[in-house]
Every structure is written in C-alpha cells, then in structure tokens.
Design a protein around this ligand. Structure first.
Ligand SMILES: [Zn+2]
Length: 68
C-alpha cells in the first residue's frame, strides 16, 4: 500500500527513505547498494524496503460508499 513510516520490528524510521531508494534503483543501483548507501543496516528494515509494492495510487481510485 504505502511504505510504513517505521519498521514493524525495530521501530527505525524508513518512510523517509522510500523515495530515495526508488530513485537509486531506477538509476541502476542494485537494491543492496541502494540500501547500503541510505544507511539501512538491519535486515528487518531492509526487507520492508525490498519487498514493498507501492499500491496506494491504484487503490486510491476507489472509494467506499456507505449504503443506507
Ligand atoms: Zn527494522
């Protein structure tokens, strides 16, 4: 959906690193190099960034309408 602000496991802030991570990977860095460069060291945080799929823009097209 949207990148979590903090890592679920350790509480480290990762939300601010998503845009930069995406940019580095798009420029041709490997995900491992991008995470190293951003200073994401713990594997819990690395996993969150590595496996994240940003679906917020797709989901945001739909809205829930309450029926009466
Ligand atoms: Zn973590």
């Amino acid at each position: 959906m949207i990148i979590p602000v903090r890592c679920f496991t350790c509480g480290g802030v990762i939300g601010s690193k998503w845009e930069k991570y995406k940019e580095l990977v798009e420029k041709g860095k490997t995900p491992a190099d991008a995470l190293d460069k951003l200073g994401v060291k713990r594997y819990c945080c690395r996993g969150l960034l590595l496996t994240h799929v940003n679906l917020i823009d797709d989901v945001a097209k739909f809205k829930v309408v309450a029926k009466e």
